[in-house]
Design a protein around this ligand. Structure first.
Ligand SMILES: [Zn+2]
Length: 185
């Protein structure tokens, strides 16, 4: 991938940041893809920096590394959307997909991590967590969910009780078997 300057001089755009969930002003533009007339995202300073980092992060990687990373990142989905008809990766499509992907909130500061066994993945999903994550954060999340779904505060609510059980099972499994990849620390 060619080196590309993403951060540009801000001119108040009057637009909100394009990063979902961010309410800051989108005064920094960043290209969505390469090409003669690239379309742009508009981000706040924090998010344009994230975006820039993501872009640079991928820049040093081989295409195979990028694919591996993306397959890992699009957990549970076959990443066929950036393939061309014959299954080969199209650089343009990949670039666009990366841009879209980053704007939607990808984890930008972690190394590609090995695939996670399905049951651990499901356990993380149950706790509404993303891989990779520390045991301390898993515990924090578990405690919060327990407060929310504990039978004591959800009397006669079978759905909450069921969820409470699943949360507890998931937490136990993660405690026993989930190991944070060292690359993510
Ligand atoms: Zn933002």
């Amino acid at each position: 991938m060619p080196r590309r300057k993403i951060l540009e001089e801000p001119a108040p755009s009057g637009r909100p940041c394009d990063r979902p969930g961010c309410s800051a002003g989108g005064d920094y533009k960043a290209p969505k893809s390469r090409g003669d007339q690239p379309d742009y995202y508009w981000f706040c300073l924090d998010h344009v920096r994230d975006y820039n980092k993501s872009w640079n992060y991928f820049e040093g990687m081989s295409q195979a590394d990028i694919e591996a990373y993306m397959k890992e990142a699009v957990t549970g989905h076959r990443p066929t959307w950036y393939m061309s008809g014959n299954g080969a990766v199209s650089p343009e499509k990949l670039q666009e997909a990366l841009a879209r992907f980053m704007a939607e909130g990808m984890h930008t500061h972690t190394k590609a991590t090995p695939a996670l066994p399905r049951k651990l993945r499901k356990a993380l999903d149950e706790l509404e967590l993303d891989h990779p994550i520390s045991q301390a954060d898993i515990k924090k999340r578990y405690k919060a969910l327990v407060k929310q779904y504990h039978p004591d505060v959800n009397r006669n609510d079978p759905a909450a009780e069921e969820r409470f059980k699943r949360i507890t099972q998931a937490y136990k499994l993660l405690q026993e078997e989930y190991i944070l990849p060292t690359a993510a620390s």
